[in-house]
Design a protein around this ligand. Structure first.
Ligand code: NAG
Ligand code: NAG
Ligand code: NAG
Ligand code: NAG
Length: 428
């Protein structure tokens, strides 16, 4: 089969980017640290196998499918959900940062996840983890957390193993068993003393990130909550494009250094899924048309958990079926009579047409922000130019503003002021 060379294939076929000598310096500057795409030339997790474009897109769609099941399963009072069987997924979260744990420091490249709270760290002796782990026996500042600890009460489905607080949880399509522990954790330059996390004893299933997950959600055990006195539960990121040779963006911790000129929209808390960052998506504009979407498809609903979240771990934006259909129909109308094709979950692809001026803009409308996406944030193309797809798809119950749509934007999570800021920033 002829391998299609697609820009996005950079993700999986890296021989061509090695020669560009990427800058893989992961050191942080003040409270700002580097963020890498998991398949960046700087990432040890990049796939060694070269996939065709179709295969790579289908793989990312499969990861997203598992991610969506995971996100919709995050219901208050329940942390353990049945894991769906199906296609083996490799990795859901897409961006990694370097964390140093313990004294002396041990480094891990952890996946950034705005929809997870407790950090999950692969610990030495873990069954099912990769070879890079954190060895608590080598850390002078490690301690385990007992069943009586407040942190133990803050996680759902915790139980006692002797005196140690043990947790079973799901992550994507994986089941994780961990003991609650504390140690110093340093992300940027400031060490956080006695940071509580899950020290993983066992993992099953293929979707757990190799060197752990750093949760930046809204719950009490997330990084944003545990570092509140230092960083005031405020952080921002700029996620680099898949296409960039050095694939580097930044995670900036704390209110200092956040953009002065940026538009904000209110953050909402949905009691049904309290860890997630909800916003109010009030409309979507395609070209000059504000698409006619039934209000129920976008509505924030505390009873069902419905509404719109901003997530760092889903790749392609999902819209509730009625919203997606309306957006797609308007998009197709503006693309004119070109021949449609599909690719997995993408139903609006064009083969062998020159994609040019007829491509309409797409704007997500929030109170206070109109986020007009550059084409790179909603179209994926083969580098040969032969196929282009609208990189969004339908979802049953939750709208997710995903990471492809956020790339090359500064996204500020300002929890104390209950607002989310978005502005364009080139960080690839
Ligand atoms: C870790 O925390 C301990 C206190 O528990 C402190 O004495 C030590 O200096 C810290 N280590 C680092 C590397 O920050
Ligand atoms: C976690 O699951 C395993 C196997 O499914 C079980 O043996 C163990 O008791 C569970 N632990 C907790 C804390 O629920
Ligand atoms: C990324 O690479 C480009 C050129 O390849 C360079 O100009 C840019 O400074 C690099 N960005 C970072 C953050 O290293
Ligand atoms: C967004 O665009 C709509 C329609 O073009 C306009 O009515 C609205 O005022 C804009 N909102 C902001 C925050 O700029």
């Amino acid at each position: 089969m002829e391998a299609l060379h697609l820009t996005i294939l950079f993700l999986f076929s890296l021989t061509m980017v090695h020669s560009l000598a990427p800058n893989c310096d992961l050191t942080s500057h003040g409270p700002t640290l580097r963020v890498y795409h998991v398949s960046s030339p700087c990432s040890p997790f990049r796939s060694k196998v070269s996939l065709s474009w179709e295969e790579s897109v289908l793989q990312m769609q499969a990861d997203d499918k598992t991610r969506l099941v995971y996100l919709t399963s995050l219901v208050a009072g329940r942390s353990f959900v049945p894991v769906t069987s199906g296609r083996q997924v490799i990795q859901s979260p897409t961006y990694i940062v370097k964390a140093k744990i313990g004294t002396p420091a041990q480094s891990l490249l952890m996946a950034l996840d705005t929809s997870t709270d407790m950090a999950l760290v692969p610990c030495a002796g873990c069954v099912g983890c990769s070879s890079v782990t954190y060895d608590s026996a080598k850390s002078a500042s490690f301690s385990s957390l007992s069943c009586g600890a407040d942190q133990c009460k803050q996680v759902q489905s915790s139980s006692c193993l002797g005196t140690t607080c043990s947790v079973n949880t799901t992550y994507g399509g994986s089941i994780v068993t961990a003991n609650l522990a504390r140690d110093n954790v340093t992300l940027a330059t400031d060490p956080i003393t006695g940071y509580s996390f899950g020290c993983i004893q066992k993992v099953t299933g293929g979707s757990f990130p190799a060197q752990g997950v750093l949760g930046l959600g809204r719950g009490p055990l997330s990084y944003a909550s545990q570092t509140k006195s230092l960083y005031a539960s405020t952080f921002s990121y700029c996620l680099p494009s898949f296409k960039s040779p050095n694939f580097s963006g930044t995670l900036r911790l704390g209110p200092v250094g956040q953009p002065n000129i940026i538009n904000y929209t209110p953050l909402l808390v949905n009691p049904k899924r309290p860890s997630l960052y909800y916003v109010n998506l009030i409309g979507i504009q395609v070209g000059s048309t504000i698409v006619n979407i039934p209000p129920s498809a976008l509505a924030f609903n505390p009873n069902t958990g419905g509404g719109t979240i901003v997530d760092s771990g889903t790749v392609f934006t999902r819209l509730v079926t009625e919203a997606y259909t309306a957006v797609r129909n308007e998009f197709r109308k503006r693309m004119g009579p070109a021949t449609l094709s599909s690719l997995g979950g993408f139903d609006t692809c064009y083969a062998d047409v020159a994609i040019g001026k007829q491509v309409p803009s797409i704007t997500f409308m929030f109170p206070g922000i109109n986020m007009t996406l550059p084409q790179d944030n909603f179209l994926i193309h083969s580098s040969a130019g032969s196929t282009t797809c609208l990189a969004m798809s339908a979802a049953p119950a939750l709208n997710v503003i995903a990471n492809m749509q956020q790339q090359n934007h500064r996204v500020v999570f300002d929890v104390p002021n209950s607002r989310l800021g978005i502005s364009r920033e080139a960080c690839s």
